[in-house]
Design a protein around this ligand. Structure first.
Ligand SMILES: Nc1ncnc2c1ncn2[C@@H]1O[C@H](COP(=O)(O)OP(=O)(O)OP(=O)(O)O)[C@@H](O)[C@H]1O
Ligand SMILES: [Mg+2]
Length: 165
């Protein structure tokens, strides 16, 4: 793991166009290990766009990114998650009628698989640890996801796939 204070993510001259809409125009910034950075801007200023490009949700139109000192161009969110970059999307990003634990590990069930069987006891136990890591003790991992607890599953989800979290 990178040492505290080292450059972790670097974005250089990043541009993103959606047709005639210029969402990002020559954006530069650096995130160091152990830092918490806020992106502040009015609606439509490009906060979600830049975050989603770093997290592999969509490509940039131009520019460069570096992660742990190496060029960074994730093709998918799963690729980014596996490398340690997760994103909690602005929209709820959860699926109703499956458990909180299943939502937390969505797309990442392989670690609990033994052949075709998913070890749900282990998944629930890991989900509980992920929730506790961010101070959530009032949500039961085996409970079925509803609108009321939807917003709480993506933060622990990012922590389970983001070692730098
Ligand atoms: N998929 C898309 N297709 C077309 N235009 C898009 C798309 N995604 C974003 N945009 C446009 O890009 C610009 C930046 O949008 P973005 O969602 O990144 O802003 P934001 O800062 O996250 O806004 P908010 O504060 O409302 O969340 C806006 O003009 C938006 O309409
Ligand atoms: Mg946004």
């Amino acid at each position: 793991m990178a040492q505290k204070g080292e450059t972790l993510v670097e974005v250089k001259d990043l541009c993103k166009n959606f047709g005639v809409t210029i969402a990002l125009s020559h954006v530069d910034f650096v995130v160091k290990t152990g830092e918490i950075r806020g992106l502040i801007g009015e609606n439509g200023s490009g906060k979600s766009t830049v975050s989603s490009i770093i997290a592999g949700m969509q490509p940039a139109s131009s520019g460069e990114m570096f992660y742990k000192g190496k060029p960074w161009k994730p093709a998918t969110m799963l690729e980014a998650q596996k490398a340690g970059i997760g994103m909690i999307v602005q929209e709820a990003g959860t699926i109703a009628n499956i458990s909180v634990a299943e939502n937390i590990f969505l797309g990442n069930y392989d670690k609990f698989k033994n052949g075709p069987i998913i070890n749900k006891v282990a998944m629930i136990s890991e989900a509980r640890k992920a929730l506790e890591k961010i101070g959530v003790t009032n949500i039961n991992p085996p409970a079925t996801m509803t609108c009321r607890n939807a917003s709480s599953s993506r933060s622990p989800s990012a922590c389970t796939t983001t070692p730098n979290c």
